[in-house]
Ligand binder design. Structure first.
Ligand code: M6R
Length: 613
């Protein structure tokens, strides 16, 4: 939530900051701004709207100082307008700062600052921090910028990723973090800051993940990292693990479409070097050290949000089937404020694409504080959840830029399947023979996904019809109930059509009242064990004149008699159908959104990485 960029160095400042902002626009896009220290002054420009509005405003403006900061916002406090956009300044415009996070005690601080004569020009929580820092600098002319930032941060409650610039300290940025991600980019005679490394990946591959409660001072030639208690740290310089083409559209109209089409590759990457059908073995390097915990696990809790939560629902069935231990799936936002009962043998998995979701992070910290082993299934390498879990498995799907999650879901299900298989073999409840059969099938899935993607013609035609409705129902059972939820989420978040996902048999307990000609129903009916029951549910809809799109298994010609439209997926094992049936639903929502003229990659009100609760 919110994208932050900072740069100190000799390159054209405006260009570096704007290209960084464009890379981070997926994190928030309601307003944007930039501040550059130039000739001992701060130049500040802020606009409502997306980055291209800022670019237009800056056309022809000279902004070539030696240090600069920029921000793309997802509003929390104060509506999106020019004033509330970041960077924010104090009364005297000496410093400017960009912030991601929430200052929870901002009301109290604002009252105190008003009493001390400060005046405010925005409705944001962030502005208090600018006033506090400026006050420390002005109280003591000798006060170094990092000390002023440190002292001011001691007064705030809440979360922050913050970058500060001061025209009295040219060529320098001070950066601090608690709860909101910050990465430093280390270059040759230049240094960078970003909310994630995409902000500067084209300039340097060397990065430092700032930890919570750390503060860094960067100049073009140097950087120092300390704790907020002023102890010197020895940061580790790591390398960006993904290639630059992963954050380019690569000829596709949208990131979402590109990411949908990447799935044969990303699903394969999620099992590369891990799945060995001939040896009947799953090797997950990240979990090797915790095999003893997995063997003795008596209960699993999954916690996640949104699409990742749907992947956990699939994992529940996988683990209950292969490992035969009880599994709970918890919304992280609910779990973090509950009083969960943890007993011996409980293991918690936090599942997250970004690895920065505030609620998921809080949920895992709750379990960790209770001494429960916490494991992660995360895409973003080096992210906070990845670092705070005891062990875990990366998805290796590469950056996901489209706000609607697609490839992360299929990679999560692929990795969670492997975890279930590994645990089942470790505790002996999954036979070698059954495991062998499953492993021989899992490696065929990338090819099966590819075959669905090779024939998408009918999906765009069906999308024309769905594009004209206001409501849709998604039904599935067994392994495909979570896919119904995921299909409905995809449709609502990018096309703004109201959609509900339901277990198909629950329909007659209420939602069936909604069915009429205006509300199409998507039914997931692959040829799995529950198929005959799903057919009965389809008949119930037909009897009420509902229009039906069925996702069925290739070769099932009789289904055509029961449906208005059919999309076929290849045959697979019951447990792997979610990896196939979700693909047409992703494409359907994409084409519906395009047909309705929606902004597919940056849907209204949303942001990719939800770093506030
Ligand atoms: O990064 P995470 O996987 O933790 O994110 C969780 C949700 O915010 C995310 O899946 C969200 O629901 C997406 N917009 C779904 O497309």
């Amino acid at each position: 939530m919110c994208g932050i960029v900072g740069y100190v160095g000799p390159k054209p400042m405006k260009g570096v900051l704007l290209s960084g902002l464009r890379r981070l626009e997926y994190r928030g896009y309601d307003s944007a701004g930039i501040a550059v220290e130039q000739d001992d002054k701060l130049l500040l420009v802020k606009v409502t709207g997306k980055i291209h509005e800022l670019e237009q405003r800056l056309a022809g403006v000279d902004m070539e100082g030696s240090a600069g900061i920029a921000h793309t916002r997802w509003a929390t406090h104060g509506e999106p307008n020019d004033a509330n956009a970041h960077p924010h300044t104090g009364c005297n415009d000496r410093i400017a700062l960009v912030h991601n996070g929430i200052i929870e005690n901002y009301q109290a601080l604002r009252t105190l600052l008003l009493e001390r004569g400060h005046h405010f020009s925005t409705k944001t929580d962030t502005e208090v921090l600018a006033h506090l820092i400026e006050e420390y600098l002005e109280k003591d002319e000798e006060c170094p910028l990092d000390d002023a930032v440190r002292l001011a941060l001691q007064e705030v409650d809440g979360t922050f990723g913050v970058v500060v610039i001061d025209h009295n300290n040219p060529g320098q940025l001070v950066v601090a973090r608690r709860g909101s991600p910050i990465v430093l980019g280390v270059g040759e005679n230049e240094n960078f800051v970003g909310s994630d490394s995409a902000a500067f990946a084209e300039h340097t591959r060397d990065i430092i993940y700032l930890n919570d409660d750390e503060i860094a001072t960067i100049t073009a030639s140097d950087y120092t990292v300390k704790t907020l208690q002023d102890e010197v740290c020895n940061p580790i310089v790591e390398e960006i693990t993904w290639e630059l083409d992963r954050i380019e559209k690569g000829g596709f109209d949208h990131f979402m479409l590109k990411e949908i089409h990447e799935q044969p590759q990303t699903v394969e990457d999620a099992m590369r070097g891990r799945v060995h059908p001939d040896l009947c073995e799953v090797k997950l390097g990240g979990l090797e050290e915790v095999h003893d915990i997995l063997v003795s696990a008596e209960r699993i809790i999954f916690t996640a949000c949104g699409t990742s939560w749907h992947a956990c629902l699939v994992a529940r069935r996988l683990i209950e089937d292969f490992v035969r231990i009880p599994v709970e799936v918890e919304y992280a936002s609910e779990f973090r404020y509950s009083r969960p009962v943890f007993n011996k043998g409980t293991v918690l998995f936090a599942v997250s694409q970004s690895g920065e979701t505030a609620d998921t992070l809080a949920a895992l910290r709750l379990a960790k504080d209770e001494g429960i082993p916490v494991l992660g299934v995360v895409n973003s390498v080096g992210s906070t959840i990845a670092r705070e879990t005891d062990a875990g498995v990366y998805l290796h799907a590469g950056p996901e830029i489209g706000v609607a999650s697609t490839k992360a879901f299929t990679s999560q299900v692929t990795v969670l399947s492997q975890i279930a298989l590994l645990m089942g073999r470790l505790n002996g409840r999954l036979s070698k023979k059954r495991c062998e059969g499953i492993l021989h099938e899992i490696v065929r899935l990338p090819g099966k996904i590819r075959s669905i993607l090779d024939d998408t013609g009918s999906i765009s035609e069906i999308a024309e019809v769905f594009g004209r409705v206001n409501n849709a129902l998604y039904l599935g059972r067994g392994y495909n109930f979570p896919v119904a939820l995921e299909g409905a989420l995809k449709l609502k978040e990018i096309s703004y059509i109201h959609a509900e996902g339901y277990p198909a048999a629950e329909m007659k307990h209420g939602p069936i009242a909604l069915i009429d000609d205006d509300m199409p129903v998507v039914v997931l009916a692959p040829g799995d064990q529950i198929y005959p029951k799903v057919i009965s549910n389809i008949e119930e809809i037909r009897a009420r004149k509902g229009r039906i799109l069925v996702i069925a298994t290739e070769g099932n010609e009789t289904i055509r008699d029961l449906a208005d439209w059919v999309i076929f997926v290849p045959k697979t094992l019951d447990c792997f159908y979610p990896l196939l049936t979700v693909i047409p639903l992703q494409l359907l929502s994409y084409y519906v959104a395009v047909a309705r003229g929606c902004d597919v990659d940056q849907p209204r009100n949303l942001a990719k990485s939800v770093t506030v609760e």
